[in-house]
Design a protein around this ligand. Sequence first.
Ligand SMILES: Cc1cc2nc3c(=O)[nH]c(=O)nc-3n(C[C@H](O)[C@H](O)[C@H](O)COP(=O)(O)OP(=O)(O)OC[C@H]3O[C@@H](n4cnc5c(N)ncnc54)[C@H](O)[C@@H]3O)c2cc1C
Length: 426
Amino acid sequence: MGFNDSLAMASSYYAATANPWTESPPLVGDVDADLVVVGGGCTGLSAALHAAEAGLSVILLEGGRVGWGASGRNGGQMIPGLRKGAAELVAKLGAERALALLHLAFEARDLVTGLIGRHDIACDLKTTGHLQGAAKSRDMGWMAAEVECLSTTIGYPHVTLLSAAEARDQVATPYHGGILDRAGGHMHPLNYTLGLAAAARAAGVRIHEVSPALALTRGHHVQVATARGRVRARHVILAGDALLEGLFGRVNRRIMPVANYLAATAPLTDPSAMIPHDVAVSDSRFVVNYYRLSADGRLIFGGGERYTPDPPRDMAAFVRGHMEAVFPQIRGIAIDHAWGGLVSVTRTRLPHVGRQGEVLWAHGYSGLGVILSTLAGKLLVEEILGSSERFERFAGLEPPPFPGGVALRGPLHVLGMLWFALRDRL
Ligand SMILES: Cc1cc2nc3c(=O)[nH]c(=O)nc-3n(C[C@H](O)[C@H](O)[C@H](O)COP(=O)(O)OP(=O)(O)OC[C@H]3O[C@@H](n4cnc5c(N)ncnc54)[C@H](O)[C@@H]3O)c2cc1C
């Protein structure tokens, strides 16, 4: 939808290797349901699936195609936790609140692997771990503190601080060290999302693709209108993330879309020479480089944000620059696929989860939403079913709006992204 359309999803490695999916027809006419979900990414599909499993009647409206938002085009990196580190959260929220929040966030990984297992989703799941590489020597200080905080205060047993030599055993590029999280991993995100959609459909969710929600009306019931139909429901879940645009202004002001680009190389002759234990890797830079191997031995590399609303004319060349800086040894290798997507970030880098009356939302995972979005969708349903405690742990974190409000999402997109980049560097 909108700017996202120009980001070449059809050229992505994921679209080229997608499992079969039977498209759903657009919504035509007036229908009633207990719940209407706007958005067919992992947040919306997880909410729809969990609601249907709890016995609610659910209609899901997807403006484009299921999985063609961020959920089906991301780096596929399963990184447990939140974009903000544990040590920072403890300092900001206190140990008790940070612990409750992180324990819930860490559930996302088992929730996702459990769904993959239960619904038999073929999505190249690898539970091989995630390495965060230290790009600068001074990163080792905060990384040591982070591992200590996670291991002791939070009681999270899966992380180890790696030396430069140990990091080098994981990936063929020089880092000063890093944090290895053995609970991390990676997957084919489009096939995971399509699998979730198939599970939701099997549970009774009525999915309508090419059905953008154009207006939301609140009254005794909530009504969501599309071009050719209308859903009347008791609750609505807004799960449009960076693509939601103007449907409900209160939530849009708190997220900012930032474009990010990925490329998949041709299959490598010796993939295990690059990443011997097949971990997912991201680094500690402001504009993060993140990469992993695909099931067929390609390097899938994401790197580079652009602070202009227009995509680079040659996305492959744009990503190649970042990729070859990390791996000079594969300079000149063919890039078979290049594409982009919109990441939604919040000012605090913590997700924006909330509720106003019968309208609920979750978005703004700030680049860490592959597994968190599935959990967030489930928490929204828990809240609708009257069990608020876990939902409140996230809802209590409401990030402040961006200065300039929704205006930054439109013509001032460029300025908005520059503002965020600057803030990131300070
Ligand atoms: C390039 C890129 C790389 C990333 N890499 C990683 C990574 O490696 N690891 C990680 O943890 N996270 C990563 N992320 C973040 C992660 O992909 C997202 O946080 C997550 O997928 C968000 O899921 P979602 O369901 O909330 O949103 P989406 O998947 O974007 O789904 C929203 C859906 O809502 C639909 N929609 C919007 N408005 C309407 C409307 N009015 N009516 C109907 N439908 C509507 C859209 O068409 C879209 O399909 C990345 C994101 C991007 C873009």
